[in-house]
Ligand binder design. Sequence first.
Ligand SMILES: [Zn+2]
Length: 222
Amino acid sequence: MPHTLDVRCPLCGELAFFEFAEIVRIREKKDILFFQENDQFDYLLCKDSCGHSWHAAVYYAGLHGRTVDTIRELPEGYDRLDWAHSKFLYRGSGLDSGSITCPSCCLHRRYELQWPHNAYFQIEFKRDLLWAFNLETAIELRDYIMSSNRDRSDYKWRSFLMKIPKKFLLQGARDTVSKRLKKIITQYQNGSNSSVVARANKDVGQLHSKRLSSSVVPHFKR
Ligand SMILES: [Zn+2]
């Protein structure tokens, strides 16, 4: 996944932004206390696949001006850039934690991503969801669905496009799927998504509304 996503706010249903947290291993035991006590980090005790414990410091750039420049101090041997997002399109960590910011209701807090439930760009087709990470990927998805040759080589997000289930790419699906994508992209660009939320609730029914009400999840314990 990319480092930032367009999501629906779990409280008001409007457009919100999610930014992943970054996790860094604490190398020396003597440094654990620093990260446990520092209000800019969350301390986390992790386990690897072999069952070995390791200590980590988690930083939520979305709660600190979307930058690592505000990290004030660090123990020797660490650099604030250790918590910067990688330069790659896709992130390497499987951590679902991050922060959510909603301009409509001012929600601004840690958030545990539930994907693709939280995706802003999601459309339903024959009871399956098709989703995109953000506006840029939604536009590429629309263009790709509409294209006749389905050549992915010129697309920035081609590895994402490669994973689209065949069902959405069939000739008979093209018109409906592309129309629904166009509609949600236009609504995003016009700054209004109220009708999209209403339609999604109707389409996905109980599952959607049940998840929506329980989707504010707390974060790591310090
Ligand atoms: Zn909101």
